[in-house]
Design a protein around this ligand. Structure first.
Ligand code: ATP
Length: 962
């Protein structure tokens, strides 16, 4: 990946999702009812600090700290005795100038070789001395990335143009800037900063630049610049002191980052400014060392402040004044090289410690920028210099570094140490540059200090103690469960800290006062910092939990959508199933009380899924039951039909139940009485079974609803009629013959009834006709019977056969009417108005075969038992001569023609339905009870009709055999 095209790293916090989850398929359908309100995402923008949310593109500046490298040329002559005229043109302060150390080696060979090789404008190669090659040391080191490398032959102006001029321009534009010269002693820092009158350094050049640009607009803008110069030095290496170099050399103080008592001198032109600079240079502490005849012993700070333009004589408080700061640091010194001893050695240690703190601040800033989680160390508290430069060292303001190195190979170690220490600083970025000198409110510090150098002595020990105290304080304050103990600990720590400052009073007076001032504020700062950390951690946990909850809600939404989809599919299937299912309709029509499940389907659907499923299950069970029932019925019907083909009508004769069957209809006269006896013989058989009685009762129930007929009464009192029949043996005999007659005449009678039943108008007619037919037809039949009982016997036999085969015809008629809803009523009406004769007859017709043809098989007469119904039909239609059925033909001709009906498909259904009552079996049981008693009463008593019938049968039999 091309690093040039890589996007800049955003300053945001990335919240990891653990574990990563796979994307789920979007549900096909999301019901509206499940549209839950969206949960807004965690307000990261509100919670996260602006520091981490800042967009790099919108940051004012995103540039690295500029680090320049200037190589001082080789000295042409060794350091000699102090000269009156120093290294610079600035006057020296004779009071603070020390004489060269006695016995110091002033050795500088002319033939010194260079250890630094400039590769290009941004990199150099540091080579070890030739003498070190034999000791197998590192031969060369390359350092790159500098903003610019000024070779030894670079002029002051070149350095200014490239390094300082941009800062000055920005200063004139209202931006503060700082330039610090850093390097070993004698490397040319002071030369670069101040220069000489002949070769002015950066400060004079900057002042010239400032006033050259400002003077043309001075009248218009009323622009005023102020300059202040002060130094930070150490008195015998024990305490830091500040001296104002522009005043009379008075000592000043520092509170936190503010220097109190510092005099700012307004400058209006270059000459004035240079005069002040010369004055300050004379006051600055310098000393002669083995490396520098006029070695600076203090950190010199020059401030040029651009005062804001006045508005009607008053300073605009909102406008910020830019400050250009140029610092000439004291050079790092090695004891071997400098040969310092005594107080000078203490000064050297102080200088080195200050430079180390300065470097630690920059390193901490670099590490904090690389890893924001790593707090910015509070190294700035360790020295006044770093305190004063706090904003710069924290990256709040832009600064530049000019590293000065010496070219000679004897300076290899100094150069190596400088380059190793300072080259990483060029990675420091300035992306939060504040426009003014306002002290930032948010600071992220940690009270610790890494002063691992043994040379730090008193200062480093104080710093270590401060670190220990701070860490202890932080650990205690992080424990929220021991609040009371924490308060006590805090108080003790404060006392200890104060005591610590007092203990070091002798060694570091300056640090004592500063430490005492800093402890309360820093303690509160640490407390607030820890509190903010706790809150921040809680918020992060809340954020992570909230995101997890959001994911769970999403998954639940998907699950609900899937469930809803399944539910709708099931509901659709249920509707389709109901639409296809025909059992519901049948269930609505059927009056069978067992079809409760079918009836339930006609009820409104319950919206509940469980109810629907239960209905489906019950429906399925009902269907299964119905199928089973139908199969059983069909089997029984087949058996019944098979049995019917073998049965003989002659059974009726010997069937004692014929006589025991008592008329259900109550005759009112003798003719009707016999007719009804004949009819009742069927009915009696029907009534012999409980189920038939039940059926009849059912019909009677219907009958009872509208009008009560005598048949109903007769049904309610069947035994009474039976008793009557028992008493009247002739009637019974007659009824027996009638039974045959009716059985034989059943087809036309029933057929007639059915024909009439087909018409709605015939209901009344039926009842009337039946009543009358019961009168007329029965009379006719009875008359025939009476007149020609034999014929009737023959007729009845033939018709019985017909009726056996045609019993479904009548039933089919009723079943066809049952197929329609309207027929229910019609049936009810017809039954009720049919005077039950038809119904009873119908029922009786149906029941005859199962009873008669089984019990009297032994008395079966072949002549009386036609082989097929076809014979009967031919008998009725053809009326062959000589056949006993001629009389039947006469008799039939006397009757109105009765069309023969064809078997309808629906009749089979109804017959199967009716066969479910299993009348035959039940009638068999009844027969045992009722018939036994009646049999004993009827058997010895035979009427004339029966005798004549037997005689007729014998004659016919004889004719057939003959
Ligand atoms: N670029 C240069 N060209 C010519 N002479 C230089 C240059 N840099 C430094 N010198 C000379 O080197 C000597 C030491 O320089 P300077 O005093 O500036 O070093 P320094 O880094 O300030 O030392 P210290 O830290 O001890 O004050 C001076 O006499 C100065 O004139």
């Amino acid at each position: 990946m091309d690093p040039n095209t890589s996007p800049p790293c955003p300053g945001t916090i990335t919240v990891r999702r653990n574990p990563p989850r796979r994307a789920r398929a979007t549900p096909k359908m999301t019901p509206k009812s499940f549209d839950l309100p969206e949960i807004s995402s965690f307000p990261n923008d509100d919670v996260l600090p602006a520091q981490t949310q800042q967009n790099p593109s919108t940051s004012p500046e995103n540039e690295n700290l500029k680090v320049f490298l200037r190589i001082r040329p080789l000295s042409s002559s060794p350091i000699q005795a102090p000269r009156v005229i120093g290294k610079s043109a600035w006057p020296k302060n004779p009071a603070k100038k020390n004489v060269p150390v006695a016995g110091a080696k002033v050795s500088k060979s002319k033939n010194s070789t260079a250890c630094i090789t400039v590769n290009d404008s941004q990199s150099v190669t540091l080579s070890t001395p030739v003498s070190w090659h034999e000791s197998k040391r590192i031969k060369s080191e390359t350092y790159g990335g500098f903003s610019h490398v000024f070779s030894s032959d670079s002029s002051q102006f070149q350095v200014y143009e490239r390094m300082v001029k941009p800062l000055v321009e920005e200063f004139l534009g209202g931006k503060s800037g700082m330039l610090a010269a850093l390097g070993p002693s004698g490397s040319g820092k002071t030369h670069t900063v101040f220069g000489t009158p002949r070769d002015p350094g950066m400060v004079p050049l900057a002042l010239r630049h400032i006033f050259e640009d400002a003077e043309p607009h001075a009248k218009q803008t009323s622009r005023t610049f102020y300059m202040s110069i002060f130094e930070i030095c150490s008195e015998r290496g024990k305490a830091e002191k500040l001296f104002d170099l522009l005043s009379d050399g008075g000592e000043i103080s520092m509170h936190q980052s503010t220097v109190k008592g510092l005099k700012e001198v307004p400058i209006s032109n270059t000459e004035q400014a240079e005069s002040l600079i010369a004055q300050a240079a004379l006051k600055r502490a310098t000393a002669m060392t083995n490396t520098n005849s006029q070695s600076s012993r203090s950190q010199c700070i020059i401030n040029i402040r651009d005062a804001p333009p006045k508005c009607k004589g008053a300073v605009n408080p909102k406008s910020n004044s830019a400050v250009l700061t140029i610092i000439d640091l004291a050079g790092a010194e090695r004891e071997k090289r400098t040969g310092n001893q005594g107080a000078r050695l203490l000064e050297s240690n102080f200088i080195n410690n200050t430079l180390m703190v300065f470097g630690l601040c920059l390193r901490s800033l670099l590490e904090h920028q690389k890893n924001p989680k790593k707090p910015l160390q509070k190294h700035f508290q360790s020295s006044m210099l770093t305190k004063y430069l706090r904003d710069y060292l924290e990256g709040k303001k832009r600064m530049s570094l000019i590293l000065t190195a010496k070219l000679g190979e004897e300076d290899y170690l100094d150069n190596s140490y400088l380059l190793r220490q300072a080259s990483p600083y060029m990675q420091i970025k300035y992306n939060e540059v504040e426009p003014s000198n306002i002290v930032p409110k948010k600071r992220h510090y940690q009270a610790s200090s890494i002063m691992d150098d043994a040379k730090l002595s008193p200062l480093s020990e104080n710093l270590k103690r401060m670190r220990l105290v701070s860490e202890h304080t932080e650990q205690i304050f992080f424990c929220p469960q021991n609040d009371k103990r924490n308060v006590e600990e805090r108080e003790n720590i404060t006392k200890d800290t104060s005591a610590l400052g007092k203990l070091d009073a002798n060694s570091s007076v300056s640090f004592e006062s500063e430490f005492d001032r800093q402890v309360p504020s820093e303690r509160s700062h640490i407390i607030m910092q820890n509190f903010a950390k706790v809150i921040w951690n809680v918020l992060k946990q809340y954020n992570s939990k909230l995101k997890v909850a959001e994911m769970e809600i999403e998954s639940l939404k998907e699950s609900i959508g899937n469930e809803k989809t399944k539910y709708l599919e099931i509901e659709t299937q249920l509707n389709e199933f109901k639409a296809r299912c025909t059992c519901c309709k049948v269930g609505k029509i059927k009056n069978d009380p067992e079809d409760s499940s079918s009836v339930s389907l006609a009820q409104p659907h319950n919206s509940e899924q469980e109810v629907a499923e239960m209905e489906i299950e019950s429906l399925k069970e009902s269907i299964g039951n119905e199928k089973t029932k139908y199969l059983e019925i069909e089997t029984q019907l087949n058996e019944f039909k098979a049995c019917c083909t073998c049965c003989k009508v002659g059974k009726i004769k010997n069937d004692p139940e014929d006589s025991s069957s008592v008329s259900l209809a109550q005759p009112h006269n003798s003719e009707q009485e016999e007719t009804f006896h004949a009819e009742s013989s069927f009915l009696a058989r029907v009534d012999q079974s409980d189920e038939e009685g039940l059926v009849l009762s059912t019909s009677c129930t219907l009958l009872d609803s509208e009008n009560t007929d005598r048949e109903t009464l007769s049904l309610s009192k069947p035994e009474h009629h039976s008793a009557l029949k028992v008493d009247d043996g002739s009637k019974i005999l007659s009824s027996s013959s009638k039974a045959r007659l009716d059985q034989s005449d059943e087809q036309p009678t029933v057929g007639t009834s059915c024909t009439q039943l087909d018409a709605e108008v015939s209901d009344r007619k039926i009842s009337t006709s039946l009543l009358k037919a019961g009168d007329n037809n029965a009379l006719e039949v009875e008359a025939v019977c009476i007149i020609s009982s034999e014929s009737f016997d023959a007729l009845s036999l033939s018709e019985v056969r017909v009726d056996q085969s045609d019993e479904e015809l009548t039933l089919g008629t009723s079943g066809r009417q049952l197929d329609s809803e309207k027929s229910d009523r019609e049936i009810s009406i017809s039954l009720s108005k049919a005077e039950d004769h038809i119904a009873l007859e119908v029922e009786a017709v149906r029941k005859i075969p199962s009873k008669l043809f089984v019990s009297s098989s032994s008395t079966e007469d072949e002549n009386l038992d036609p082989s097929s119904p076809k014979d009967a039909s031919s008998t009725k239609t053809d009326n062959p001569v000589g056949d006993p059925r001629d009389k039947i033909g006469v008799d039939i001709s006397r009757k109105p023609p009765k069309p023969k009906r064809t078997l309808m498909p629906s009749s089979s259904m109804l017959s199967r339905d009716l066969s479910t009552f299993d009348l035959c079996d039940e009638s068999e049981k009844l027969k045992g009870n009722r018939g036994t008693r009646k049999l004993a009463a009827h058997e010895p008593q035979r009427s004339n009709g029966s005798i004549s019938l037997l005689h007729l049968l014998q004659l016919r039999k004889g004719n057939l055999h003959g």
